[in-house]
Ligand binder design. Sequence first.
Ligand code: LCS
Length: 401
Amino acid sequence: MTNSRHLDTKTIHAGKIKDNQFGALSTPIFQTSTFIFENVEQGSARFMGEEEGFIYGRLGNPTVRELEQRMAALELTEDAAAFGSGMGAVSATLLANLRKGDHLVASAALYGCTFALLNHKFADFGIEVSFVDMTNEEAIKAAIKDNTKVIYFETPVNPNLVVIDMEMIAKIAKEAELVSIVDNTFMSPALQNPAEFGIDLIIHSATKYLNGHGDVIAGITCGSKEQIENIKLTTLKDMGAVMSPQDAWLVIRGLKTLSVRVERHCSNAMKVAQYLEAHPRIKQVNYPGLASHQGYSLIGRQMRAGGGIMAFEIEGTFDDTVHFMNSLKMCSIAVSLGDAESLIQHPASMTHSPYEPEERDAAGISETLVRLSVGLEYVEDIIGDLAQALESMTNRIKQVI
Ligand code: LCS
């Protein structure tokens, strides 16, 4: 499979391992923990890296390898490494590139567990972190020190959907000789390819759009052969957050419909965002597809569309926000995103609860902010559910007044 084919074709064919024994169309699940060597010489040659081939499930598996090859093709990178969760990918990728005494520049707003890892745990390893507003070029440059090694961000940011200019970040990173790492979970390779802008490493929680069906926890990092080999031989092999062959198979299956699913997520989300933006009880809608959004100018240059996720501010109190969410009948109150089902959650008390209140304020995560992952349902049904819950909330506000 050449890398020149269209993304829609690549999601189905790229990186596929041919089954020469039986000609299976669907990738076999190699549910094995270890691999038999022909003889001692072969075993030792594989351990020495002198011969290609599998050794032991934590060091590699054919089903998992196929997913890695597929993701490298989709993200336009040389290689990829699969993990047992998105956080497995985040922690292993960062720790492979940092050591005691190093400094990391990270976005002030990040997925809550990534923030917790960087803000609470890295200090225990002697790794210093500065959190900055990644839309502010001067602030990023000012945060870089002699011992800075890595720049880390998400775009769009979880949960407030701020869009960060990847070309700008890659340029800063190259000038300062830093490794640039982006978490591309919210867009998926269907909507943006950070490697095109010079970003070194691309992380995904494969739990989300890549799998797309809400039945797997998984992660992937894509990058150069050298970087991926380093991660695999250090923080993946020896810390061990590997992906199971079953989960790799489910993500491979999910990937085949990535383009069509994302297309529907985007068209549904656009209509939902327009509906919410016009609603008097919605103060603000953060959706990159809207002309009012801070990152709208990057649509077309950096991202192919606005994606399937939005965050919006309720015109009301925290209690009104809770009432609105509890009044929903179809949208599920659940964390995670990128599934067929519309999922709604309250970042301040759920995904971003590892933030202290003042840290949440700095990251723009208020108590009336709601995050919606727009699903694949018929869009008028999603809007209808939001409408009836907003109406119920409006009636409550009138009674309280
Ligand atoms: N990166 C981003 C941007 C995420 O949103 C998540 C999970 C992760 C990494 C971690 O991936 P995991 O280990 O869960 O596969 N985000 C979640 C969220 O927003 N709601 O629930 C989980």
